[in-house]
Design a binder for this molecule. Structure first.
Ligand SMILES: Nc1ncnc2c1ncn2[C@@H]1O[C@H](COP(=O)(O)OP(=O)(O)OP(=O)(O)O)[C@@H](O)[C@H]1O
Length: 305
């Protein structure tokens, strides 16, 4: 299979912390790949490393290869918004509050394509149609639109320069459930029409199961399980993936019962970082970092002896 994005052994350190500890993942052209895990496991930083937007003071090593070129350490202004774009979690803060949506589209389109103002407006209207929004949205200010409408605008803006890769980081988290489903359906429909690859960063396993071809489960800065979405999410082998799936809210669960994984994410200097929270933990887990075998980084996958 050809590769669009390949992240190889990515390490990110910020001050004394090492929030990303050797992440490797791949996105094929036109593939939707989930990067899932709890808050703080390094999903967003991995996405930001691809875009070259890590916070000040962060240091990254490894390789980030997009379309055959290693981008790490390179200035990515020329490819950001063109070859790769990001759809963020909070559409409300992504737009300039004192400029109309149309004005913001025109600014981006002209910067990227050098087209005339008139052509940029026409293209902006076309883009809004593609995300099922009426032209009048061009004249609106961000505060006049709902969260779902703003997220549609952000998706349209992200697609304005026909990127080959879209990084969607918790793109539906700030939206209510029905609007979130509409946005997911839209993303999927646009992906099919345009064929871009998607790195779909989420803590929502149900969403990942619905739209991803493959998933990587991250824990404490490492990939602990990877595979096709159905293999990983319907037959999880890593105790962390099983615990995450067990923590999904269920409508048929007894009232008042909401499972969660006890404890919080910590980085172990030795052994498996999940050991302290794992129900299958053995002595070996505390001393030796499990290597990935058949897509699972666990000494005792599936709880086998
Ligand atoms: N700007 C920063 N300065 C210092 N540490 C940071 C910074 N950004 C992230 N980190 C550290 O990296 C860890 C991973 O952050 P990251 O945002 O990638 O997590 P995440 O899995 O995307 O979680 P979330 O869903 O909450 O964004 C954080 O828990 C924090 O310890």
């Amino acid at each position: 299979m050809t590769t669009l994005l390949s992240v190889e052994d990515l390490e990110i350190s910020i001050g004394n912390g090492r929030p990303v500890r050797g992440v490797s993942l791949r996105v094929g052209p036109g593939e939707i790949v989930g990067v899932v895990g709890e808050t703080g496991c390094g999903k967003t930083l991995t996405g930001l490393a691809v875009l070259g937007l890590l916070p000040p003071g962060a240091h990254a090593s490894g390789r980030v290869v997009l379309g055959g070129r290693d981008l790490l350490g390179q200035d990515r202004r020329a490819i950001r918004g063109r070859e790769v774009t990001m759809v963020f979690q909070n559409p409300g803060t992504a737009f300039d509050p004192v400029t109309t949506i149309g004005g913001q589209f025109v600014r981006v389109l002209r910067a990227h394509t050098g087209c005339t103002r008139k052509a940029a407006y026409a293209r902006a209207a076309e883009l809004l149609t593609s995300v099922e929004l009426p032209d009048r949205v061009l004249n609106a200010y961000p505060h006049q639109l709902s969260g779902g409408m703003l997220q549609r605008c952000m998706i349209a803006l992200a697609l304005s320069c026909e990127p080959s890769l879209v990084i969607a980081d918790e793109a539906t988290t700030a939206l209510d459930v029905t609007v979130a489903r509409q946005i997911l359906r839209l993303l999927l429909q646009l992906q099919r029409e345009h064929g871009f690859g998607v790195m779909f960063v989420t803590h929502n396993l149900a969403e990942a199961r619905d739209i991803c071809d493959r998933v990587y489960v991250l824990y404490a800065g490492r990939v602990v399980e990877e595979g096709t979405a159905s293999a990983v999410l319907d037959g999880p082998r890593h105790p962390y993936t099983r615990a995450l799936l067990g923590a999904l809210p269920r409508l048929d669960a007894p009232r008042g019962r909401l499972d969660s994984i006890p404890g919080s994410v910590t980085h172990a200097d030795q052994g498996c970082s999940f050991a302290d929270r794992c129900t299958d933990v053995r002595d070996l887990c505390r001393t030796e970092l499990p290597a990935a075998r058949d897509g699972v980084a666990c000494h005792f996958p599936g709880g086998a002896a």
